[in-house]
Design a protein around this ligand. Structure first.
Ligand SMILES: Cc1cc2nc3c(=O)[nH]c(=O)nc-3n(C[C@H](O)[C@H](O)[C@H](O)COP(=O)(O)OP(=O)(O)OC[C@H]3O[C@@H](n4cnc5c(N)ncnc54)[C@H](O)[C@@H]3O)c2cc1C
Length: 478
């Protein structure tokens, strides 16, 4: 094969265990790597601001690695349905390889591109590089997709296990002459004035090497007590691999085998490792849900919630977004999100429940804010998780089970270390008041340098009142 081939990279910026890349390399032809930034096709799901920061750095890291392997990366911005076939024609490619994506607004253009290529006599070859099992590979006995997680997880465990990880691709020879490429800097993915992503830099290393280093560090230190500590934001001992997984800088197959091997070797106790694997399975389950129920992207899976009466209080939404609700654990979470582009899972549940059941605001408002602010924003995980929190999704927490933000805070951040880290104006408050500053006397507040309503907000709603209102609105749609 002498005509070049195209490797169209999407959410798979890695050399390790990359099925489409292996196939492209195995063709023996010169390989041109392509990345397309297509905001128009994605519509509401165009990449959010935090992920644009990540993408910039991830593409830089990938390009550097690619060039040491003899490859070349072409960047193009615009509609992928136009760019991919046009480039294939321009360079007279024989094949275009890619790893599959699963959201309807992604699979529709993929199908269109495959057929446009076929019409030109060019083969479009797609592979699974994103999931342990494709959505249609795990089904109920009657052949339907699952809507409840526990049987899904059981069914996944009964399979033989994910395929073995593929070896790293070491060589990708670029064609001798290259088509034109955009300059990454011209895409303006990084925030400039102000540079609100300053807080991301000490926390994250986008790219495959960063993903590998994080996995190694987590396996060595925190994996063995994953289940014991995974709900403690103050301890911060989950893997933090979510943005790397989203951008495909590490594959779930590698993750699955790394943890399973460590369990086999006795380095991670079975219960702790299995708990982690079950979270990877939540990711798979979310993909299955969105694949079979694409309207979930903006419509509740449980139809009765279409009639739920949501508030539209912009001031309350703004206070939530800025971390100024007067509920310290909620504010800490929202400020962690703003500063680092990430939030601990337990706190995502607390702030999500607060938005929906205390502020009575639409879960889609929360989903959109997360979409813009999270470096790990993922269409399947974000959508399924918000619907779960709002009680309107598959296997959801029932709406009437309402988190009390204060008791959640006392339980999962007992010394207030997480709150102190992200809400520094409360740093000097004694622990017994850190979860509920309004209970402290004026003298104690004064000693801690706090004036409620000035240096830190009064609670914007009363939890027990709002709880009653939420339940009565739920009664109306039940
Ligand atoms: C309201 C809300 C919104 C969320 N939005 C996203 C999102 O946009 N992107 C995202 O990746 N996760 C999302 N999650 C799920 C979860 O919070 C994150 O995956 C997790 O906090 C990432 O941290 P980690 O990598 O340290 O997780 P770990 O605990 O180390 O778990 C390992 C991996 O398992 C997967 N995982 C863990 N928990 C879940 C879960 N509940 N659902 C699906 N997959 C899971 C993730 O890929 C994660 O990286 C959301 C959760 C909630 C409650």
């Amino acid at each position: 094969m002498t005509d070049p081939v195209i490797l169209w990279l999407r959410e798979d910026l890695r050399f390790d265990d990359n099925p489409a890349m292996r196939e492209a390399a195995a063709s023996g032809a010169p390989v041109l790597c392509l990345y397309v930034l297509d905001d128009a096709t994605a519509g509401d799901f165009a990449m959010g601001a935090a992920q644009r920061w990540w993408l910039h750095h991830s593409l830089c890291a990938f390009k550097e690695d690619l060039e040491t392997r003899g490859g070349a990366l072409i960047l193009r911005r615009g509609k992928e349905t136009e760019i991919v076939p046009a480039l294939a024609k321009e360079i007279k490619a024989s094949h275009v390889f890619w790893n599959r994506r699963y959201m309807k607004w992604q699979t529709d253009p993929d199908t269109e591109i495959k057929s446009a290529l076929q019409d030109m006599g060019i083969k479009g070859i797609s592979c699974n590089g994103r999931l342990l099992y494709e959505p249609w590979e795990i089904e109920t006995k009657s052949g339907d997709p699952y809507k409840v997680y526990t049987p899904y997880w059981k069914s996944l465990q009964q399979k033989e296990g994910p395929r073995a990880a593929l070896p790293r691709t070491d060589k990708l020879n670029a064609p001798p002459s290259l088509p034109s490429t955009d300059r990454l800097d011209d895409w303006n993915l990084l925030p400039r004035s102000p540079n609100w992503a300053e807080g991301f830099e000490p926390v994250w290393t986008p790219g495959e090497k960063g993903a590998r280093a994080r996995l190694r560090a987590w396996l060595d230190t925190d994996a063995a007590s994953y289940d014991d500590c995974r709900n403690r934001p103050d301890q911060d001992r989950t893997s933090r691999l979510s943005p790397h997984l989203h951008f495909g800088e590490i594959s779930p197959v590698v993750l699955w085998h790394s943890v399973s091997d460590a369990m086999e070797a006795g380095d991670i106790p079975k219960d702790q490792g299995t708990s982690f694997l079950s979270e990877i399975a939540w990711r798979e389950f979310s993909y299955q849900l969105l694949y079979y129920h694409p309207t979930m992207r903006d419509q509740p899976l449980m139809e009765k919630f279409t009639d739920f009466e949501w508030d539209t209080d912009k001031k309350a939404l703004n206070a939530w977004q800025r971390g100024r609700t007067g509920y310290p654990i909620v504010d800490a979470g929202m400020r962690q999100l703003w500063t680092e582009g990430w939030m601990h899972n337990r706190v995502r549940m607390i702030v999500g429940s607060f938005l929906v059941k205390d502020l009575l605001l639409d879960w889609r408002d929360g989903m959109r804010w997360f979409w813009d602010c999270l470096v790990d924003a993922d269409p399947a995980n974000n959508t399924a998780s918000w619907q779960w929190i709002a009680g309107c999704g598959a296997d959801a927490a029932p709406f009437f089970r309402i988190f009390n933000p204060t008791t959640q805070s006392e339980k999962f951040d007992p010394d207030g270390a997480y709150i102190r880290r992200y809400v520094p104006e409360l740093r000097d408050l004694p622990t017994r008041f850190i979860h509920e500053p309004r209970k402290a006397s004026t003298a104690i507040l004064k000693d801690a340098g706090i004036v409620l309503g000035e240096t830190y907000p009064d609670p914007i709603v009363d939890h027990s009142d709002r709880r009653k209102q939420a339940l009565s609105r739920y009664e109306a749609i039940k």
